[in-house]
Design a protein around this ligand. Sequence first.
Ligand SMILES: Nc1ncnc2c1ncn2[C@@H]1O[C@H](COP(=O)(O)OP(=O)(O)OP(=O)(O)O)[C@@H](O)[C@H]1O
Ligand SMILES: [Mg+2]
Length: 457
Amino acid sequence: MTTPTLLIVDDEKTTREGLRAALEDKFDVYVAEDAQSAWQLLEKEPFAVLLTDLRMAGEDGLKLIKRAKSLQKPPVCILMTAYGSEDVAVQAMKEGADDYISKGKLQIDELELRIRRALQRQNLETENQQLHQRLEKKFGVENIIGDAPAMKEVFETIQAVAPTKATVLITGESGTGKELVAKAIHQNSPRARGPMVTVNCAALPATLLESELFGAERGAYTGAHERRIGRIEQAQGGTLFLDEIGEIDATTQVKLLRFLGERTFERLGSSKTLSADVRLVTATNKDLMALVKEGKFREDLYYRLAVVPIHLPPLRERALDIPALATAFLKEFAEDNGKPVQSLSTEAMELLLKYHWPGNVRELRAAIEHAVVLCRGGQITGRDLPPAVRTPQSVYTEQATREQLSTGRLSMKDAAKQLLIHALQETNGNRTLAAKKLNISRRTLHRRLHEFGLEEF
Ligand SMILES: Nc1ncnc2c1ncn2[C@@H]1O[C@H](COP(=O)(O)OP(=O)(O)OP(=O)(O)O)[C@@H](O)[C@H]1O
Ligand SMILES: [Mg+2]
């Protein structure tokens, strides 16, 4: 590592030179006697650290710090003052100073330590920012794959809602990409620099969930040994993503409702009212409206959460997207595993298109990973796919279809398709017999085969 550059600004020669002598071994030291000459140096090249006196003839240390912090590569700024008072410290922090030290008690060891600490913090921040930029790429809307009309609508809604503070409710079966959408909303919002805090509401028992969200004072409940900052507070300035929101109990529902209305809350065991600037995004794979009707979910909360609803259709209803998704996953896993796999055979693609994907995109992703790992050449064949995908017949039993339909897990259209496939399998592809089995005319059968792209069956 190179020696960090340090600029010392002080109008008193003895202090200036004293500090230079003391710090010269550790840093690459420059000195200036006032803000103006300091500024000339700062403008020329980036400094790692600026250590400046407060009171100087001309511009004071606070103003210099403020200006230095506006540089493209701002230095770590430490203010020294002989007039140590809380007020100046607060002001200094407001102007962007990283630390504050009183000259009266100045010890070189301590000064060096403080400089090092401030430098370390800044490095961490830069790293965080870089990480953030990388994540931004990873979770931008461009990473949500899909051309199906239903997905276009999803993209449009994300783009429209991201810049606002509106509460979003994301619904869809397991594995349809709800978390991905939540991240894209955060990343495309003005809060992207702030935190995104995720809580899985199903993962915690009711009492713990409450303190997890709102925080708790020491002794608020048995086992609360120390103060706990809630997730809402942690999400200050950012986004709070509550996954599986259908699982929250009645008490937490009331508290959340209040938070959404007034933006205020209390930690458990405290009467002090706190507020937080947080954008709420929630998700569920349950039918929340049905829970409302059953009296398990508050209707008023439902409407507060679903200010902007986004529904992710199951993968089987957007089979159009399967090729693009499969290809993207193939590329990803081929790279990850260092395998020269480049494409999918027609047979493999057909199997993917025919399968009904109960686990949605997550299952497709896992299937492609499986196939890439097993694949021996440059092309994935039907044999490389997981057994469930290879032999979809098992899931197309009439019984299973009716069950899925009755529990609302299957749309009418998909059920019709599955029954059709089932009938064709049973009759070995005999159109006349299949039509008879389904109690429809041959003509209707042909129309449906065409509709579902099953002519080749
Ligand atoms: N449209 C998409 N494009 C690319 N990847 C996707 C898409 N949808 C989902 N995925 C991927 O599929 C996996 C599952 O997505 P995600 O975790 O967002 O689903 P979920 O709806 O939150 O599921 P669950 O209800 O089980 O929590 C993730 O690896 C995600 O990156
Ligand atoms: Mg999820």
